[in-house]
Design a protein around this ligand. Structure first.
Ligand code: PHE
Length: 464
């Protein structure tokens, strides 16, 4: 065991950092629009259900692996499978590759939110027509220099926090950002809910329209409940490896998930009343944040304040998620090659910046000009889909199989029960992790690979 491994300074620090990893663009960008596309309230119910039976068990599993091994994914799998040349070593590299790819384009999107924060401060919507405001996004998207500039700034911010370490960097930043984040989101939600469209938004979000919920939407809820908790890629294993033995893993996992669900719902409560007040459509897609919202903000009083704080919120949320990715990359490299944290952070920061350039130049066909005509979608979306559809589900399946079948029962029980009021739930958790979670993920993989199609299943509509 590495004796000088750094640990979280407090349970609150761990909770805020992990919640910070969970709450991200997924909560603000994906959650509202897939909810909007899939019948509102019914989707939220299914999302919560999957968080309980799939997301939380996976979160607990990764924390247990990390804390028991006191290692990042670099060594956790081989250490716990107690074989020197274990095949599980592969899993440390697949985690590395997945999150490395994710951060290269996550940072580009996060860069857009930095750009929009500055634009908002400059009151960019003033005097512009709706069309012109929407065009601002297209201009930015197709400008390689702007994309690269903001991608660079975002990576610089992320790397400089990770450079400082677990307590002085990640934990301190999470503690500083959390209150500010909460004040901004609560004020914006309260404001949005005072708008005339609030009633319609409430009805839309909380009415259970089961008939609009297709089986493939249910799979989306399942995928989202994992992605948004940052599980399946080794990030939570890394955060677990900085945990001390006196923390209650099941309880903290439940807390993180509750916070994540509440913030996702708040994001929807912030976005939908504004949409309904001004006649936007909930199915606005990924352009929701950067096209629809600025248009709507321009119709509100105090545009500058509302728009700036909104995009600042997005920056915060993206930053704390990106930090968890960068920290995991740094942890893997420092453990594999015995580099110092500072050296690893600097080298990885540069590597992520360089490898992110094709994504940053995606809208302008900077690097692979023929990409779109050959593959049908641009480079940026190709990466996104590759990860969403294949890499992440397969990696999650391997992690859960490892946790369910390769880690010793005794060790799992000890880790689960340590200081935990939820210790009696060990058997339920272990059952979920061995059978239900792998089966659910397998169904996602089969459906993604078009080997099965759940939309063939005729679907009962309890509440047509
Ligand atoms: N959980 C984050 C979100 O909801 C997503 C994330 C992706 C975090 C990749 C880390 C890594 O946005």
């Amino acid at each position: 065991m590495t004796t000088q491994r750094e640990h979280w300074g407090s349970k609150l620090g761990f909770l805020l950092a992990t919640a910070g990893s969970a709450i991200g663009l997924g909560s603000f960008w994906k959650f509202p629009y897939v909810t909007g596309n899939n019948g509102g309230g019914a989707f939220i119910v299914v999302f919560i259900l999957f968080t309980i039976i799939i997301g939380i068990p996976l979160l607990i599993a990764e924390l247990i692996i990390g804390r028991a091994a006191q290692r990042s994914p670099a060594g956790a799998f081989t250490f716990l499978s107690s074989q020197v040349d274990s095949h599980w070593k592969m899993l440390s590299w697949s985690c590395f590759i997945i999150i490395f790819l994710i951060i290269t384009f996550y940072s580009v999107v996060s860069g857009w939110s930095l750009n929009y924060t500055l634009l908002s401060l400059l009151n960019f919507t003033q005097g512009k027509t709706e069309q012109e405001i929407r065009q601002v996004f297209d201009i930015m998207y197709t400008s390689p220099s702007l994309n690269i500039f903001w991608h660079f700034i975002f990576i610089l911010l992320t790397t400089s926090v990770v450079y400082k370490g677990v307590r002085k960097g990640i934990e301190q930043l999470s503690k500083a950002v959390a209150p500010l984040f909460l004040v901004i989101i609560v004020s914006l939600v309260l404001y949005a809910c005072s708008l005339p469209g609030a009633k319609q938004a409430f009805a839309f979000l909380f009415e259970l329209k089961w008939n609009e919920l297709s089986p493939s939407a249910i799979l989306q809820a399942l995928g989202l409940s994992c992605f948004t908790l940052s599980v399946g890629m080794g990030i939570i294993i890394t955060y677990g490896s900085y945990m001390k033995n006196d923390s209650d893993i099941p309880k903290l996992s439940v807390y993180v998930s509750i916070i994540n669900i509440l913030i996702s719902i708040m994001a929807a409560l912030l976005i939908f009343p504004i949409i309904f007040s001004f006649g936007g459509t909930p199915e606005a897609g990924p352009g929701l944040l950067f096209q629809t919202m600025p248009v709507l903000f321009s119709k509100l009083p105090a545009t500058l304040l509302i728009s700036t704080t909104f995009f600042l919120l997005i920056v915060f949320t993206a930053l704390t998620s990106a930090i968890s990715v960068m920290e995991t990359l740094v942890a893997i490299i420092t453990e594999k090659f015995s580099w110092s944290r500072q050296k690893a952070a600097a080298v990885l920061g540069i590597a992520v910046f360089i490898c992110g350039i094709p994504s940053a130049g995606s809208g302008s066909n900077l690097i692979f000009p023929e990409w779109k005509s050959i593959y049908g979608i641009d480079f940026f979306s190709t990466l996104n889909e590759l990860i969403d559809i294949w890499l992440l589900p397969i990696n999650s399946l391997l992690i859960v199989l490892f946790a369910g079948w390769w880690v010793s029962q005794e060790l799992k029980r000890k880790q689960f029960a340590a200081n935990s009021a939820l210790a009696p739930f060990y058997f339920l958790w272990n059952f979920l992790i061995r059978y239900i979670v792998p089966l659910a993920i397998l169904i996602i993989i089969l459906e993604n690979g078009k080997l099965i199609s759940l939309d063939w299943v005729s679907w009962p509509h309890p509440n047509p």
